[in-house]
Design a protein around this ligand. Structure first.
Ligand code: FDA
Length: 389
């Protein structure tokens, strides 16, 4: 079979690209259904974009690379598409837009767009061979034990990153990139919980509080959640994308509270009160118990010195912890790193060395923050390629 465009990977980026590519398009995926990550995303409601999306919310060896694609197909363009398809949505927090009903609405929209464009969709299809051919590219596909040879003038690799192998994630895009001489940057699980081998937070598992957390990058003000195995919650997931093994993270507990001023005032007005009782008015009581055993917070407010107040404030506003690791690709929402952007054209996502070969979506070294940014990159990079096909 001959096609104009072969898209490999029917996830967010692949479907968006196939639907807008034009000409004869085949999209293949080894999964049983397209867009499986869309289906489970955002707790089943798909945080499909972010109103405040801009290049600063993305991590890459080249922080400028994403700008062109994001500017040429913006969050407002995707919102307009969602509106055209009558999908109701709402802002949850921090510009994060979710479907009112179900993430399946987004997958259904992309399937409709592909159907309307006459795209062939082959599921449960393995790609056993992919190479250059005189007219473009040739691929050997295996489906139901049957082998099929296809050729296409252009090929788009949209097989995503390595997170959640159980759902079919593979390193296929990186293998193809290397096959065609592209460098792949260091890959790490990102948007992922931290683990501590001593399980030091097991006793306060389930406790959550507002926090500001940083790890070798910007600080994120969101919820912190203590778990059996370590730390999770949005602030932790965000910081994890900047973390390197062996490094400490810094946590400010309840960043809206000025503990130094508070403790000095309470020492005057409420000296007989236990320090832990006052702290428990601003932090979860179980967390205060835990901190008390770790840092000795015994005694009454009236008895604590200025030096001790400084020490306590320092501990609450710059708590340094060194995670043993992360939960890894098993639970990571994304992969940090990917196909080196230096060898891709930022306007089209086309390989600079192999004309006709495109890489889009999470496989590329562009990793978004939590909050709809990764889907926006999938839509924007897909449209950049689709417009050049
Ligand atoms: P994606 O992973 O979507 O698609 C890749 C496709 O390629 C898959 O269909 C896969 O089966 C296929 N494939 C892989 N290897 C193959 C092979 N060898 N042969 C054939 N096919 C192959 N982001 C966000 O912005 N908002 C959110 O709410 C969430 N929520 C979320 C929750 C969870 C649990 C996860 C794991 C991730 C998120 N994300 C997210 C991240 C988001 O899902 C992710 O960034 C995008 O799906 C990436 O889109 P791609 O199309 O690049 O890859």
């Amino acid at each position: 079979m001959n096609y104009d465009t072969l898209v490999i990977g029917a996830g967010a980026a692949g479907m968006m690209c196939a639907a807008h590519a034009g000409g004869r398009v085949l999209i293949v995926d080894h999964a049983r259904a397209p867009g499986e990550k869309i289906r489970i995303s955002g707790g089943g409601r798909c945080n499909f974009t972010n109103m405040y999306c801009d290049a600063e919310a993305f991590i890459s060896e080249n922080p400028h690379f994403a700008k062109s694609a994001l500017a040429r197909y913006t969050q407002w363009d995707f919102i307009a598409l969602v509106d055209q398809h009558g999908i109701a949505w709402h802002e949850k927090t921090l510009g994060q837009l979710f479907c009112d009903t179900s993430a399946k609405d987004i997958t259904a929209m992309l399937r409709t767009l592909m159907q309307d464009a006459g795209v062939d969709l082959h599921l449960q299809t393995e790609i056993s061979h992919f190479a250059r051919s005189p007219d473009g590219f040739k691929a050997t596909l295996i489906r139901d034990g049957h082998t099929q040879h296809v050729t296409a003038k252009r090929a788009v690799i949209a097989t995503g990153g390595k997170s959640i192998p159980k759902m079919g994630a593979t390193g296929f895009a990186y293998d193809i990139a290397r096959q065609f001489g592209h460098r792949v940057t260091e890959l790490e699980a990102a948007l992922v919980p931290f683990t501590f081998p001593d399980r030091r937070f097991a006793a306060i598992s389930g406790v959550a509080c507002p926090a500001r957390i940083s790890a070798n990058g910007p600080a994120f003000d969101e919820a912190l959640l203590f778990t059996h195995r370590g730390l999770s919650g949005p602030a932790v997931l965000q910081a994890s994308s900047y973390w390197n093994a062996g490094e400490a993270i810094t946590i400010t507990l309840n960043p809206d509270t000025d503990f130094a001023t508070l403790l000095r005032e309470k020492r005057q007005s409420d000296g007989k009160k236990a320090l832990t009782t006052e702290l428990a008015r601003h932090l979860p009581a179980r967390l205060v118990d835990h901190l008390s055993t770790e840092f000795d917070l015994s005694g009454r407010l009236g008895d604590i010195s200025d030096t001790r107040i400084s020490e306590i404030t320092q501990m609450l506003s710059a708590w340094r912890l060194t995670p043993g690791g992360t939960e890894g690709y098993r639970t990571a929402e994304v992969t940090r790193g990917g196909i080196d952007t230096a060898t891709l054209d930022s306007k089209t996502m086309q390989s600079k060395t192999t004309p006709g070969l495109f890489f889009i979506g999470e496989a590329v070294d562009v990793t978004g923050w939590l909050g709809g940014y990764n889907f926006q990159w999938a839509w924007s990079s897909a449209m950049a390629a689709a417009r050049a096909l």
